[in-house]
Design a protein around this ligand. Structure first.
Ligand code: ADP
Length: 452
């Protein structure tokens, strides 16, 4: 039974090489000496004890990143040179693909083949994509009014904090780290406490590739301690966060109360899939299955999802299938479908982040648009139809950061990703993401000598 829910059940635990904080190019214990357990979500077994970073460790990492930014080579070397080192980093990621895919499966409960075919090579591709952009970052020449000419310089924003979630540990790591590296920033990454291992492995590969000490630091630990210390740090110039809307608010509050660091937030979503009646049913069923039933979860999430399922039943939605734990070990839940769902039900409004699908009917295009927009979120939406006019109209009317037409969850490093409304602001991926890690400086000079 368990193997029906979990395709990675045959994997053996590899040697876990990296479990300490990575600060200034070295793996070190946390100052407190504390560690925490990271578990295999398939069976709840402890995989490794990992250093638990806290405020003092964040201080040390920020200091290393500060020195590397203010005095180090990375922001000062040519974009071409940074790009070359990043290409080496990408090669190393691919060389270690197999081991990383196993590690990620065990730590995050994600399917091994997915990791090996998509998440890990996808990370390497992102590094290459931004490596190629590193020497093409430039400002513009401005005409001004005649007496003066001006130009802009695009400069790295400084020390960046990246706080990332558990659902795609590798993809998230590179989504944040690759553009920030290309821009010439130095950084501290805090992976999710559920999935700390791959980030530490990547830190070791970054060093091997030649990324100078202090440029990329990894602090493993918990959100309210290590994460909060990054968000409120006076010497962190920008924070890029992906996670829940609740924590996004805390990050923004901490930034406002400390040094007004630049903030970008990629938060929760409640992304509708709007299916019109002209579609190929088999294709649509496959697409809908892939949209909601593909990722895997941990213990807290497991309990949360089960409580949403109970809520759905109490609120009067009809459980068509699923709704129960899957297997005797691990944190897996059967694919679950509710029908007769009303707009004001919790399962229709909240982000569940689990294999639970809520089906609602609509009669007109306007009704579909209204229902799709009836959420505080605006991350993504899918449209399934053969009618181009319908697809165009609906895609322009949905207030969400990405619209998938006749597909779902299609990502590419070239396609910006981020939210409208309470799904956050700022964009990851694409060349736009570089902007989060750059400052624009204007330089003005008189054309005919100083008028003063
Ligand atoms: P999810 O629900 O997807 O796990 P969270 O928002 O809880 O998302 O967590 C995403 C990341 O934010 C994790 O790395 C977590 O440790 C971190 N985090 C949680 N609480 C805080 C906080 N108060 N301040 C900063 N980071 C936090």
């Amino acid at each position: 039974m368990a193997s029906e829910c979990n395709g990675s059940s045959e994997l053996k635990l590899p040697e876990i090489k990296f479990t300490k904080l990575f600060i200034n190019g070295r793996f070190v214990d946390s100052i407190s000496g504390k560690t925490f357990e990271t578990r295999d979500p398939r069976n709840g077994d402890v995989i490794a004890l990992v250093a638990e970073g806290d405020k003092e460790d964040v201080d040390a990492a920020v200091m290393a990143a500060r020195v590397a930014f203010d005095h180090g080579r990375w922001p000062r070397m040519s974009g071409f040179e940074r790009g070359r080192i990043m290409m080496k980093f990408a090669d190393l990621i691919e060389e270690h693909k197999e081991e990383l895919a196993i590690l990620e499966s065990l730590d995050a409960g994600k399917l091994f083949h997915f990791n090996k075919m998509f998440d890990i090579p996808g990370g390497a591709s992102m590094v290459r994509y931004y490596a190629g952009a590193a020497d093409k970052i430039h400002g513009e020449t401005l005409k001004c009014s005649g007496e003066f000419q001006a130009y802009t310089l695009m400069e790295p924003i400084g020390v960046v904090g990246h706080v990332i979630p558990w659902n795609f540990p590798s993809v998230m790591f590179f989504t944040k780290v690759a553009p920030a590296l290309a821009a010439g920033c130095t950084m501290i990454v805090k992976p999710a406490e559920q999935t700390p291992l791959s980030a530490l492995y990547y830190a070791s590969l970054a060093k091997e590739a030649g990324i100078p000490d202090g440029v990329l630091n990894v602090i493993t630990g918990f959100g309210p301690t290590a994460g909060a210390a990054i968000a409120s740090h006076m010497d962190v110039d920008a924070i890029s966060f992906t996670g829940s809307t609740k924590v996004g608010r805390l990050i923004m509050e901490a930034a406002a109360k400390s040094n007004l660091k630049s903030v970008s937030l990629e938060l929760g979503g409640k992304s509708p899939l709007i299916v019109f009646n002209d579609v190929d049913v088999d294709m649509t069923v496959n697409l809908a299955k892939g949209a909601i039933f593909f990722n895997k979860i941990d213990k807290n999430q497991y309990e949360r999802v089960l409580s949403y399922i109970a809520h759905g039943k109490r609120e009067g939605a009809t459980l068509l299938t699923g709704g129960k734990p899957c297997g005797e070990k691990g944190y897996f839940i059967e694919p679950t479908i509710f029908i007769n769902v009303e707009q004001d039900m919790l399962i229709a409004k909240d982000e569940i982040f689990g294999p639970v699908m809520s089906l609602m009917k609509f009669k007109t295009i306007d009704e579909a648009i209204e229902k799709a927009n009836n959420t505080i979120y605006g991350l993504a939406a899918g449209i399934v139809t053969k009618d181009l006019n319908v697809a165009n109209r609906v895609s322009r009317s949905i207030r969400a950061g990405i619209i998938w037409i006749n597909c779902y969850l299609a990502f590419d490093q070239d396609c910006p990703y981020g939210g409208y409304k309470m799904s956050g602001f700022g964009r990851d991926l694409g060349l736009h993401a570089l902007k989060k890690y750059l400052q624009e400086k204007t330089v003005i000079t008189p054309i005919f000598g100083s008028p003063w």
